[in-house]
Design a protein around this ligand. Structure first.
Ligand SMILES: Cc1cc2nc3c(=O)[nH]c(=O)nc-3n(C[C@H](O)[C@H](O)[C@H](O)COP(=O)(O)O)c2cc1C
Ligand code: SF4
Length: 637
C-alpha cells in the first residue's frame, strides 16, 4: 500500500508527554449510560477505551465533578472522594493506556448551591438564578479543582481538560455578559481571568509538570457584549504560561449559540477552525492550539494540521458516527467514513434520554458488545430488501457485509427515499452527505440494485429472507378540499413553482423545516399548527436550533393553536381561539405527518421464511430508528 504522510497522525511532544498523534477524542458525557452511578461504569469505561483503540492520541473522559457531587440529571459526575470510585476511574485510565492513548479527564466546574458568578446571571441559558458566589466559596471550589487534579494525577491520568468555554458556570467569570462583579474578579479582562488563573495555579501546585493541563475556551461567544476573538486571545495570553494546550472552541451553551459549540447544518462545515487559525497566526502563543467542531474525518483533521491552522484536532461526534474514522482515513478510505448528520440525537440521548444512541451508527457506544454477541451467518442467504431509502439501503449494506447475496428493489429511478429532499435544503447538507454516502456504498457494494422496479410478492419467491423497507406516504387529513394541498415531500426541487406565499399545514419538524427552507428562499411561509408549540417531535437540541433559525426569518409566520377546517386552491380556513379565520396562499402545503404503508408491507411477509419490517413502514419516524432496525434485521439473518 502506498505510504501516505498524515500530519494529523504525526507524534507531538508537549512538556513531558509524547502524544502518538494530534487527534483528541473530545469529552462526551456518558450520563444515561452511567445509570446515575458516580463512578465510570463498565459501559462508560468501554466507550472511552474504544476511542483509544480507534487510534486517538488522547481520550478525554467526561467527567469528574467536585464539591457536592450528585447526579445532576445531565452529566456523568464521577466522585473521586470515594475510594471505590477512584478504583474505577483508575481502571478507565488504564484501559485507555492499554491502547496507547493518553488519558485525560474533564473537570466539571458546576458551582454548588445555586451560586453563580454574579447575582441573577443565568446558567446555560436558563432563567436567571443564583446568588453571586462569595470569595470564601470560591476558595473552597478552587480547592476542589486542586484536590481532584491531585487525585487524577495519582490515578494515572496524563491530562486534565478544564472547560472554561461555552459560558458554562466557571467560564462565566470570563465573559462580560455574565460577570458583573465589582470586586477584583470583575471588570477588566485581567480581573475576569483572575479566578481561572488562580484555579490553574492551585492545580499546578499540586500536580507539577506531571500532568498536561488543557483549557477549552470560546474563541468567540458571538453575542453582543460577550467575548470576541480579540478578547479571547487576551484571555488566553493571560493563562498560557499556566497551561500546556489551548483548545479554541466557540459559542455558548444556550440555544442561540449551540450551533457553534456543536456545529450543525445551520453552520458551514468545520466552522470554528478559523478561530484557532487566528490564534496561531497571531504569533502570540507559544503553546499548542487545538480546534474542534464538526471535524468528521482524518482527512479534514489532516488539512487543518498540515495547513498549520491548529496543532491538535478534537473530535466528538465524528467518533460516535464512525469509530473507525482514523483507520479508514489511514487506509485512504475517507469516502467510507459514515457522515454524522448533526442531528444531536447522541447528545440528547445521553443527556436527557434513557440510552445513548446515534442516528447513523446503531453500534455507537455498544461496539464491544456487538463485537461479542454478533454471530457469523451459517451460510450465505438470498436476501431481498424492498425499498431504497435510508433504512433499506442500510439493511442491504449490513446484510451484504455479512456475506449474503443481496438484491435491493427500488421502484423509483434513484435511491435515497424520503431523504432526497436534503439535496435541496441548505441546512440539511449533513443529511445529504449521509444519503450520498449510503448510495455510494450501495453502488460499490456487492448488491444487486434493481431501480425502476416495484417489487411484488411474486418477485420475492425463492428468497431466504426479505427486509421490507417500503416507507410511508403523506398522511392526508380529513378536511374538505384537502386535495388542493400538495404534500411537503413534493415541493423540494420545485420551489420556483409555489409562488410568493405558502401556507404549510402542520408545524412538526417536517413542516417547520419545509417552511424555513422556503422562507430562506424569499417565500413567505405561514405554518398552521394545531398544538401550541412548533416541532415538538424534533430532538431537543435540534428543536432549539431550529427555533432560533425560525426566529431570524421574517418570512416565517407561525400560527399555533390553529385547527384547519377546510382547504381551497388558494386559501386555508382554520379556527383559532374559537374564531374562524382564513389565510390566502399561492400554494397550500400539507405536512401533517406520514402514514406507514403497513398493509403493503405485510403483503411481503409470507414471501420468505425470514422477514423483517423496518423503518417508516412500521411507523413513520426518523433515520435513527430506520437505521437501528436495519442493523437488527440484517444482523439476525
Ligand atoms: C453526546 C455528546 C456529549 C457531550 N458531552 C460533553 C461533556 O460532557 N463535556 C464537554 O465539555 N463537552 C461535551 N460535549 C461537547 C463535545 O466535547 C464537543 O465540544 C462538541 O460536540 C463539538 O465537537 P464535534 O463537532 O466533534 O462533536 C458533548 C458532545 C456530544 C455530542
Ligand atoms: S447522533 Fe446525530 S449528531 Fe450525534 S454522532 Fe450520530 S449522526 Fe452525529
Amino acid at each position: 500500500m502506498e505510504e501516505r504522510k498524515i500530519d494529523a497522525l504525526s507524534p507531538i511532544r508537549v512538556g513531558n508527554v509524547l502524544f502518538r498523534n494530534r487527534i483528541i477524542a473530545a469529552p462526551t458525557t456518558m450520563h444515561s449510560m452511567s445509570n446515575g452511578e458516580l463512578y465510570p461504569t463498565e459501559d462508560a469505561i468501554e466507550y472511552f477505551a474504544q476511542r483509544a483503540k480507534a487510534g486517538a492520541g488522547m481520550v478525554t473522559c467526561a467527567g469528574v465533578k467536585f464539591g457536592d457531587v450528585a447526579d445532576d440529571g445531565e452529566h456523568a459526575n464521577w466522585d473521586l472522594s470515594v475510594k471505590n470510585h477512584r478504583n474505577r476511574a483508575h481502571e478507565l485510565a488504564e484501559r485507555i493506556h492499554y491502547y496507547g492513548a493518553k488519558a485525560s479527564m474533564e473537570l466539571m466546574g458546576i458551582f454548588p448551591d445555586g451560586y453563580t458568578v454574579s447575582d441573577g446571571c443565568s446558567i446555560m441559558g436558563s432563567p436567571p438564578i443564583g446568588r453571586e458566589i462569595p470569595i470564601s466559596e470560591m476558595e473552597k471550589f478552587k480547592q476542589g479543582y486542586a484536590d481532584s487534579a491531585a487525585a487524577l494525577c495519582e490515578l494515572g491520568y496524563d491530562a486534565i481538560l478544564f472547560h472554561f468555554g461555552h459560558n458554562i458556570p466557571v467560564a462565566q467569570f470570563l465573559s462580560p455578559l455574565t460577570n458583573h462583579r465589582t470586586d477584583q474578579y470583575g471588570g477588566s479582562t485581567e480581573n475576569r481571568v483572575r479566578y481561572i488563573a488562580e484555579i490553574l495555579d492551585a492545580v499546578r501546585e499540586r500536580v507539577g509538570k506531571k500532568m498536561i493541563l488543557e483549557v477549552r475556551i470560546s474563541g468567540d461567544e458571538f453575542e453582543k457584549g460577550g467575548i470576541g476573538l480579540e478578547e479571547s486571545m487576551k484571555i488566553a495570553e493571560l493563562i498560557q504560561d499556566k497551561i500546556d494546550i489551548l483548545q479554541v472552541s466557540a459559542g455558548m451553551h444556550n440555544p442561540k449559540w449551540m450551533t457553534w459549540t456543536h456545529p450543525c447544518g445551520f453552520r458551514p462545515p468545520v466552522p470554528n477552525v478559523y478561530l484557532a487559525e487566528a490564534f496561531k497566526k497571531s504569533g502570540r502563543f507559544h503553546i499548542p492550539i487545538g480546534t474542534l467542531g464538526a471535524v468528521d474525518s482524518l482527512e479534514e483533521a489532516n488539512v487543518i494540521v498540515s495547513s498549520g491552522k491548529a496543532d491538535f484536532v478534537s473530535i466528538a461526534r465524528g467518533f460516535i458516527a464512525d469509530i473507525d474514522l482514523i483507520k479508514k482515513g489511514m487506509e485512504g478510505r475517507t469516502e467510507d467514513v459514515v457522515p454524522c448528520i448533526k442531528c444531536m440525537r447522541c447528545h440528547d440521548s445521553t443527556v436527557y434520554g434513557t440510552h445513548f444512541v446515534c442516528a447513523v451508527n446503531p453500534r455507537a457506544g455498544m461496539e464491544e458488545v456487538y463485537d461479542r454477541i454478533e454471530e457469523e451467518p451459517q451460510f450465505c442467504k438470498k436476501v431481498a430488501v424492498i425499498g431504497g431509502g435510508p433504512g433499506g439501503m442500510r439493511a442491504a449494506l449490513y446484510a451484504a457485509a455479512r456475506g449474503h447475496d443481496v438484491t435491493l428493489f427500488e421502484q423509483k429511478d434513484h435511491l435515497g427515499g424520503q431523504i432526497v429532499f436534503a439535496d435541496y435544503v441548505s441546512f440539511k447538507y449533513p443529511l445529504a452527505n449521509y444519503k450520498n454516502w449510503l448510495i455510494h456504498q450501495v453502488e460499490k457494494g456487492p448488491i444487486d440494485v434493481k431501480l425502476n422496479t416495484k417489487a411484488t410478492p411474486e418477485m420475492i419467491q425463492g428468497y431466504d429472507a426479505v427486509i421490507i423497507a417500503i416507507g410511508a406516504e403523506p398522511l392526508i387529513i380529513p378536511v374538505p378540499g384537502v386535495e388542493n394541498a400538495v404534500p411537503a415531500t413534493s415541493v423540494y426541487g420545485k420551489e420556483d413553482t409555489v409562488g410568493k406565499e405558502v401556507v404549510v399545514i402542520g408545524g412538526g419538524q417536517v413542516g417547520c423545516e419545509t417552511a424555513l427552507h422556503l422562507a430562506k428562499s424569499g417565500i413567505k411561509a405561514t405554518v398552521l399548527e394545531m398544538r401550541d408549540a412548533l416541532a415538538p417531535d424534533a430532538s431537543t437540541t435540534h428543536r432549539d436550533e431550529l427555533m432560533v433559525e425560525i426566529g431570524k426569518e421574517e418570512n416565517f409566520v407561525t400560527v399555533t393553536g390553529a385547527k384547519v377546517v377546510s382547504v381551497a386552491k388558494n386559501s386555508v380556513t382554520y379556527i383559532k381561539d374559537g374564531k374562524e379565520e382564513s389565510i390566502s396562499a399561492d400554494t397550500v402545503i400539507l405536512a401533517s405527518g406520514m402514514k406507514a404503508k403497513m398493509e403493503e408491507a405485510d403483503s411481503f411477509v409470507p414471501c420468505a421464511p425470514e422477514f423483517a419490517e423496518i423503518g417508516d413502514c412500521v411507523r413513520a419516524r426518523t433515520v435513527e430508528e430506520a437505521t437501528r432496525e436495519a442493523f437488527y434485521a440484517a444482523s439476525n439473518i
